[in-house]
Design a protein around this ligand. Sequence first.
Ligand code: DGL
Length: 270
Amino acid sequence: MTQGPIGIFDSGYGGLTVFKEIQKKLPQYDYIYLGDNARVPYGTRSFETVYEYTKECVYKLFDLGCNLVILACNTASAKALRTIQQNDLPEGKKVLGVIRPTTESINDYTKNNNVGILATQGTVLSESYKIEINKFFPNINVFQHACPLWVPLVENNEITSTAAHDIVEKDIQRLFAQSTAIDTIVLACTHYPLLLPVIKEYVPSHVTVLSQGQLVANKLEDYLIRHPEVESKCSTNASLTFYTTDDAKSFEENTSIFYGQLVKASHIEV
Ligand code: DGL
């Protein structure tokens, strides 16, 4: 099989927070980022819809030559990854998500086995974090809270507004109302790291707040070392290509808050 870029998929811009860390850690590979901005958000959609949309985008990345695709979207990882892995993979292609690498690392952070998960409605309802954490660490208590207003806050660049403070404070209170023992919080949505400075204002100082990007990048590096049969199919010319299912100009204008730099993007139909 010919080598190809690593595909990074997200429902929109948010996956760029994960991609930024992957690219920093593993700059040698070629990457294609695909954001399904025309159909974002995924977090409020049904299992069937998230599965169909995700599958279409993953197949597009396969068509573009990717042999390995990372679902950088928590909602897609929660609702579509397992089914795609079981039913839809052409020979020699691989798809990985962001939930497993995050949950595998959680024991390194919690000292008292009480972990809070902040995520979209879809991710919370799927219970994926609870299931995956308890598979590895049955003693960890997992408390989940959905924050449906956080993605729109970030998408509308309202990350430091009064509204952001009010909404974040209320959601953090609701999480801690489930247990004051929580000592580690996972920001289990691609957009939430952008609200970190506000989140930290309302979280007790002894609590660790984890963004996923670095965890996912570290685990991907390990994975590629442990799976030379996958690594050898990833091309290494350090090229970056960005596609969006919506307007390329808007994508280019909005990427910098998520990715930290300007990019050149093209529109693509899936
Ligand atoms: N990328 C999604 C996630 O990480 C957030 C945005 C959406 O709802 O599509 O869950």
